[in-house]
Structure formats: C-alpha cells, structure tokens
Write a protein that binds this ligand. Structure first.
Ligand code: ADP
Length: 672
C-alpha cells in the first residue's frame, strides 16, 4: 500500500441523486436575475420616458398658453393704438385746429406707447403735414413722403377707407418696421392719413415682458423664415417652439416662441445617469455572481465526476479498504471489506476495538497488532491475521497499513488494504502437499529403478550368511567340534546380517513418507548413505566415486531431502558416463565451506550438457532419456530452495575425458 490515502465519505452519494435537479435549479436561478434585470431596466426606461413625455407635454401646454397670451397682449396693444389713432383721426376731422390736436395727442400717445417710433400726418396726396417726433432726418432712410412701401399701404387704406397695416420693410440702421395707417375722413372725403411707425424690435422690446423673455425667445419671421425681430435674455439652444400668425400686421408674419431648456432637465439627466449607472452596477454584480456560480457549478461537476470515478474504482476493488482514526475507531469501510467480513458498513463504521470481525481466540494478538499499527510500526510488507466473518467462519487476511492524510496534510488516521488470502493459502498448502507427494513418488521411482542392484547388493550378505551357516553345520557334524570352532563363523554371519539389515533400513528410510523437518545433520553421513545405495551399481558400471568432504559442522536440513538431491545427482552423473571410456568413468563429490553456506558439487566426466539445454533441465518432465521421468532435477531445485540454497549446472573443467558436467548447490549454515 503506497504512502498516504485520502478518504471520501459515503454521504457523497446524495450528490449524485440530485445531479439533474440541481443543474436545472441552477439554470433557473441564473435565468431569473437576468429576466428581473431586463424587466427592471424596461420599467426604468419607461418611467423616464413617461416623465420626459409628461414634462414635454406640460412644457408645450405652458408654451402655447404663453404664446396665446403674448399674441393677445400684442394685439391688445396694437388695437389700443389703432383705437387712439382712429379717435385722433375723427377728432382732427371734426375739431378746429387739427395741427394742435395732432401735436398734443400724438405726443401723448408716443409717451404712453414707447413701441411707436413715430406718428406721421399725411394729407390726401401723401404729403407729410406733420410728424412726431419731428420729421425724419435725411439720414434716417425716410424722405419727407415716407418710405415707398407706405405708398402701397396708403393706397390700400385710402381705397378701403379704414385702418390698414403696411407690409414689413427694413430701414437701414433701424431694422424691420411696420406701419399702421388710419385714414382721416371729413364729410365722406378722405382728407388725410395718420401713420404710426412700429419698429418690430421695439415692438417686442416694449411689449414682451422681461419674465417672458427669461423663459422664451420671441421671434418675428415670415413664411420664408426671414428674421424681422427677436427678443431673448438667455443664450442657448431651444427646446420646443410654437408659431402663431402675427395678425395684425398680417402679411404672412409669424410670431415664433422658442422655450429654453430648464435647469430641472439637468437634475433629471443626473437622475437618469444615476439610474443607468446603478442599473449597470447591478448588472455587473449579477454578472460577477453568475460567473461565481458558473465556476462553482463547474467545480461541483468536476467533484461529481471525481466522485463517480472514485466510487466506480472503489466498487470495482476486490481489495478490502478500511480507514481508522487515530484511536482505532473505524471511520470508513468499502464494499469489498463488507463482503469479505459479512458485516454491513453501518455495523462497522463507528465500531471501536474489539472489532466485530476479530476472532475471539486471537483478541489479544489483534490488540497487540492494533497497538503496533497505531504506533506507526506496522510492517511495510504487511502482516497476516485471522479474521472472523459474521457467520463465524475464520479467514486469513493480509493487511497493509498506510497513513491517512487529510486535505490539509494532517495525519488523521490509518488506511488499510485487506486481502482475503485464505484461498491463496489453501492453494499454497495444496501445492506443498503435491510437491511432497511428488518427492515421495520420485523416491519410490528411484528405489524401483535401483531395485535390481539393491537385490543384488542384498543377495551378497544373504549368500554369505547361507555359506557361513552351511560351514557351521558342517563343523557341528564333525566329532569333537568345540563351540569356539564355530564362533568366528557365527560372528561373520552376524556381520553379514547387519550389513543386510543396513541395506534394508536405508531403503526403508528412503521411501518413508514423512513431513519435511529441518534438524541438524552431518553431511558426510548423508553422502555415505547415498554411496551405500549406488556402490553396487558403480561397481557394475565400473564408475569410480571420489569423495572430498572436510570435517563439517552439523547443518540444519531435512536429511531425507538432502539424500534425495545427492542421490539424484550421483545417479544422473553415472548415467551420463555410460558412453565414457571405462578409464575415465570418475564421479567426484566435493564439499567446500564458504562464509555462511556449504557448497556441494557433483562432477562427472560424462556426455556434458549443451548450453541451450541448460535452461530446460530444471523444468518438470524434461528428459532426454527413453525411460526417464524428467522430474529429478526440478525436485532437486525445489528442495535446495526450500533450504534457502541455489542449484545450478556448469561444465566440469577438470574432466579428463574432454566433457563432463558439474552440478553445484549451496546450503545455508544458519538455521531459519
Ligand atoms: P531424468 O533423469 O529422469 O531424465 P532429471 O530431471 O534428473 O530427469 O534429468 C533431466 C535431464 O537432464 C536428463 O534427461 C538429462 O538429459 C539431463 N542431465 C541430468 N544430469 C546430467 C548429467 N550429469 N550429464 C548430462 N546430462 C544430464
């Protein structure tokens, strides 16, 4: 189990269930503020537009009222002046001393009506009789007969016989002017004409009140938008305007009034700007919130994916996982562990030692192991322990412990991965038993193969016993035979019987079925026993066997197994020398002592082994012999490895026949 482990809580499952709903809800939550904002903006703009519209409408209404009032005021004044001129004309025609009357009344009129620039009195032929103030000076643009436009107006007034206004005309240096002409009749005869001259600028300047000029710009234009006069106190562009015919004097003249933008508009603009800025601020903050929510939803999505991945990974695990806090309390178990023990995660999470899956007979050992784990001294290669399933069944578990590190890097407990190795153990045990069985079978086979030589070997002492026995009987039949005469023969019989018994014991020992057990044994004795088996065969084959065994300490080994290895190597060597010339048939057994091990070699001068064959030699059932089984060397290697040694093959470089093989194996001198 590598380094640390990060734990995921089972409660995370609820996230998965609400995935869809939550995404939908977030979509709605994100859409609502947008909608609300748009509606708010629309409402604000409508409100502003409505205010503006109402204000404009009110302004226009006020403008129209004011224009109508102005027009009425102007007309009132002009009419008043006309009436006074009319009255003067009537009085001048009826009373004596018209000149005096003219001077008096015209002066009075001019004084009271500053909008009138001059009042002139013409005779019927349009000659100026008198004028106030005085006659127009020569540089004024008016000749003694008045301006030419007057002539046209004069004619109209004479023909109509009633007061008439002239067309507007310009006087150099004095701007646009207009005249009102009132004919004087005496006994139905037109005897003269009274003319009042209005400079239009003066007309506006005197008749438009100051407060009106503060609010509006008043202009007199004609249909061609030719400007005749204007009055205003404020510079600036206009907002709304209204036109009304300026009649009298008529002739297409128009009175145009333009309203100025009021300062209230600036406040409104400020308010509008504030609303827009605030709406922008709201929109911006909503945008930020939306961005945050999007990031959050992305993070949640990533977490869900990660969680799903982890869950899938956990569910697919066959290895049990169990997390414990620093006190040993279980805080998490995975499915595999629950299935392994038969307990549900509800039964296990929160459980404190002794755990429900601890085998009662091993409670103490389990406590000790727990203390070792909590002290951080659990073996890194894991440890084996017996656990108990809920149904009471025991199972072997292999446990690896690792530190549990949380997101802040804090050590919060221990995470264990647990393997149920019961089956593995059973298989191992089965394999071991099979191996033992194979070794036993192999020994039986070896004995079977050696049966004829052993029988021959056994035959010798038995034949010797038989002949000694015959000799004894013959001696006993002789008269005077003394007991001491047969003693030597009986002693020889005993020796031969012991020899035969030894052979039988050896065979019996070799084929005995027993559990492998290591006990101190002398290698020289083992080799001796082996030689005892093969002596007869060696004699028969003409193989010389040399032994070089120095004095050695007893080694911890299974004697029977070692005997099987050495016997197998000797027999293989002898068989390999079948084709070697009799003189070179030498088998050498040598033992040397290294620092911690013994090195045993069996060298022959046989046919040798090709390099490409060497890898295959130790695989089971590899043989080059017609009746061989091919399991000898494979068993030899497993026995040597059981003794923590190694077995290998090399060329016999000391061979005098030119070829030969040396099998070497090591045996540890240290007991396990
Ligand atoms: P078996 O003797 O039944 O064939 P072994 O596993 O003992 O089975 O030997 C496997 C093969 O290894 C033999 O068939 C033989 O070809 C080869 N072999 C073993 N020992 C020697 C040796 N000393 N010299 C040459 N060949 C050998």
């Amino acid at each position: 189990m590598p380094g640390g482990a990060v734990m995921y809580h089972p409660k995370m499952d609820t996230i998965r269930q609400t995935d869809f709903n939550s995404t939908q809800r977030i979509g709605w939550v994100l859409a609502l503020p947008k909608l609300a904002l748009l509606l708010l903006l629309a409402a604000l703009l409508s409100l502003l537009w409505l205010l503006h519209y109402n204000e404009s409408a009110e302004e226009r209404e006020a403008l129209i009222k004011d224009v109508l009032w102005l027009e009425q005021n102007l007309r009132f004044h002009l009419n008043g002046n006309e009436e006074q001129l009319q009255q003067l004309a009537v009085d001048m025609s009826s009373l004596a001393e018209p000149r005096k009357l003219f001077n008096l009344r015209a002066a009075h009129m001019l004084k009271n009506n500053p909008e009138i620039a001059q009042i002139l009195w013409f005779d019927a032929r349009r000659n100026v009789i008198d004028a106030l103030p005085t006659l127009t000076p020569p540089d004024s643009g008016l000749d003694a007969f008045g301006p030419p436009v007057t002539e046209k107006a004069f004619d109209i007034a004479r023909r109509l016989g009633k007061r008439t206004y002239s067309e507007p005309f310009f006087l150099e240096g004095n701007g646009a002017q207009v005249e009102v002409l009132v004919p004087i009749f005496s006994e139905r005869q037109m005897t003269g004409m009274l003319v009042a001259l209005y400079p239009l600028d003066g007309l506006l300047g005197n008749l438009v009140p100051w407060w009106f000029a503060e609010k509006y710009r008043v202009i007199i234009t004609d249909e061609n938008d030719l400007l005749y006069a204007s009055k205003s106190n404020i510079e600036g562009s206009g907002n709304q305007s209204y036109e009304i015919p300026f009649d009298p004097p008529g002739y297409g003249l128009k009175l145009q009034v333009v309203s100025y933008k009021t300062p209230g508009n600036a406040l409104q603009r400020l308010l509008t700007a504030a609303i827009v800025v605030l709406a922008g601020g709201v929109f911006w903050s909503l945008w930020l919130v939306r961005d945050l929510m999007r990031k959050r939803s992305e993070a949640e999505e990533a977490l869900r994916a990660e969680h799903a991945f982890r869950t899938a990974m956990e569910d697919s695990l066959t290895v049990g996982m169990r997390a414990r806090d620093l006190t040993g309390k279980a805080i998490y178990v995975n499915n595999a562990f629950c299935q392994m023990t038969g307990f549900s995660s509800e039964e296990l999470v929160g459980a404190t030692p002794p755990m429900p899956y601890w085998a009662p007979e091993q409670i103490e050992e389990s406590y000790n192991l727990l203390q070792t784990v909590l002290a951080g001294e659990a073996p890194p290669d894991g440890f084996e322990i017996t656990f108990m399933r809920k149904n009471g069944e025991r199972f072997q578990a292999l446990v690896y412990e690792a530190k549990l590190i949380d997101g802040k890097g804090q050590h919060t407990g221990w995470m264990a991965s647990i393997l149920d190795i019961t089956e593995r153990k059973r298989v191992q045990e089965l394999a071991r038993q099979q191996q033992e069985q194979l070794q036993f079978t192999s020994r039986l086979v070896t004995m079977g193969e050696m049966a004829s030589t052993l029988a021959h070997e056994l035959n010798q002492p038995l034949a010797a016993i038989a002949s000694y026995n015959t000799g004894c009987l013959n001696l006993l039949q002789r008269p005077g035979c003394q007991p001491q005469d047969i003693r030597p023969a009986l002693e020889k019989i005993s020796t031969q019987a012991q020899r035969a018994g030894k052979i039988i014991r050896r065979v019996h020992d070799f084929v005995r079925k027993s559990e492998p057990k290591r006990a101190p044994c002398q290698l020289a004795d083992v080799v001796d026993d082996c030689l005892g088996f093969v002596e007869a065969a060696a004699r028969k084959e003409g193989v010389r066997i040399e032994c070089d065994i120095p004095p050695l300490p007893a080694i911890p080994a299974d004697r029977l197994m070692l005997e099987q290895v050495i016997l197998n190597l000797i027999r293989n060597g002898m068989e390999a020398m079948a084709g070697t010339s009799k003189a070179d048939r030498l088998l050498r057994i040598a033992v040397s002592r290294e620092a911690h091990e013994l090195r045993i070699s069996v060298s022959d001068q046989g046919c040798g082994i090709a390099p490409e064959m060497r890898d295959k030699l130790f695989t089971a059932f590899f043989t080059t012999k017609p009746e061989g089984m091919g399991i000898g060397l494979s068993i030899c290697r497993s026995i040597v490895e059981f003794h923590r040694g190694q077995l290998w093959v090399e060329d016999n470089e000391d061979s005098t026949s030119g070829s030969g093989t040396r099998f070497v194996f090591t045996l540890s001198l240290e007991a396990t």
